[in-house]
Design a protein around this ligand. Sequence first.
Ligand code: PGA
Length: 264
Amino acid sequence: MKFIILNWKLFPENEIKAIDLVSLICQNYQMLDLRLQKKYRIIVCPPCIFIPPIYKFLSTNKYQNVLYLGGQNVFYRNRGAFTGTISPVMLKSYNIKYCIVGHSECKTIFKETNIDINNKIKSLLKQKIKPIICVGENKRKLKETSSNFRIKNEIFGQLNEYLKGIPIEEAHNLMIAYEPVWAISQNTPTYLPNPQDTKNIIHNIRFWLSTRFNGMIAQNIPILYGGSVNHKNMAQYLEISNGILVGSASVQKTEITKLIKNLI
Ligand code: PGA
């Protein structure tokens, strides 16, 4: 199975537009033939204020197995004086099975630390929610490739910190999104990761996971690619990964329609 994660970020601006978008995604997905529906799972991660209406929309229209809901972020405590946050237990109460963790925007804008990310992963796992863990190098010099020691070191360092204390029994619930920070939200992408190089990084991440857990477990941990994916470049990334994490393109009606239609 391949995963299409739709990270809506801070869009759209109201519930009507959110439901409209969800309905469009469901309709397009249902137009795919059954083989493709079995092959791809689409998970929409809306701003948390839209989780309840989307949940209701999906259940009243019997779309629960068409589109899955995910969180964009979470706090690691389940209750208490933590203004402005949501908890894993709250996500679970909407039957949510996936949640993005460690997105670069949370790290840079909201100053999320490695320890926060580690705590979030642990507390999501306790609620049987699969964390979609974002890793990726911050910068890339023009001629630098993924075999560069600095890049591997940066990504392995993140994995090491984020997965501290995660027992092997929980490893099969992990998902990794390789998101080179420099490639995220490039509105006019001129310089995007080349697929061969990205394949190499995914291979390295899997190798790291196989030494941290074991080869068989590592083989089954989905590793996705994210960063300026759209309907034009999606195929090359889907081919080398277990899925894609789509941000900006996932809230544009024509883009998302074409993206689903382009699934093969
Ligand atoms: P983007 O976002 O597709 O707009 O680059 C990807 C992400 O959410 O990380």
